[in-house]
Design a protein around this ligand. Sequence first.
Ligand code: SAM
Length: 256
Amino acid sequence: MKGHVARKRFGQNFLIDQGIIGAIVSAINPARTDTVVEIGPGLGAITIPLLERVDRLHVVEIDRDLIARLKKQHTPERLSIHEGDALAFDFASIGSDLRLVGNLPYNISTPLLFHLASYGQQVRDMHFMLQKEVVERMVAEPGCADYGRLSVMLQYSFWLEWLIDVPPESFDPPPKVDSAVVRLIPKPPEQLNARDPERLSALVQAAFAQRRKMLRNNLKGILDDAGFAALDIAPTLRPEDLPVEDYVRIANYLTN
Ligand code: SAM
């Protein structure tokens, strides 16, 4: 692998399938002046074709060896390298109207998605390669076994589109799981109806604490029977039965 040993702890599975790389870049279809930010450029599988399409590219990378390689290969005018952990990175420091892209390390993908959910106002869109099972959870509809906290919180903030299925052979080393590329487009503020987004987040976390239990149990001490009645929501439902709008209605009722 071009003189670099893949580090498991950084979730390094490098893309080698030119067809998939081309499909990702086509899906992003960047204009020269777009502010594109790649999370985890690695050995540059997506970075290099993106650099052909934009005047300047930003990358956020944690692995110092990979950063040193990138610095040798590209000038700072073309490639702006932000060294550090994407989970703690302030994406707003780069600017606004950002277009985020990444073949994300699987071990941090879920917390990273929650972190990025708070940057809706600064982001135009995101294209991410994720474990297929995570994408299934993201796009799951109420009533499905995959529908959970990730589905509710991401569907509240974004429009989601499943774009490309990617088999393990497309990577070196091949991961043990299937992958998929998904597009996330932040919804405009006028469509985000939760008066207190943190209340919504805490509510959803409590509701799904034990997914086999009824809402009445999971929301004990948060929403009483009178509250369920006022909202016309059956307390005997399970968390996976409730659509996103109903979670927003409960959160707003509690915010009054
Ligand atoms: N983009 C490259 C590709 O497609 O071949 C590499 C993808 S590899 C799955 C994940 C990349 O994310 C690696 O370069 C890894 O070092 C980097 N990475 C891992 N954890 C990170 C973190 N917390 N913050 C930023 N980058 C991280």
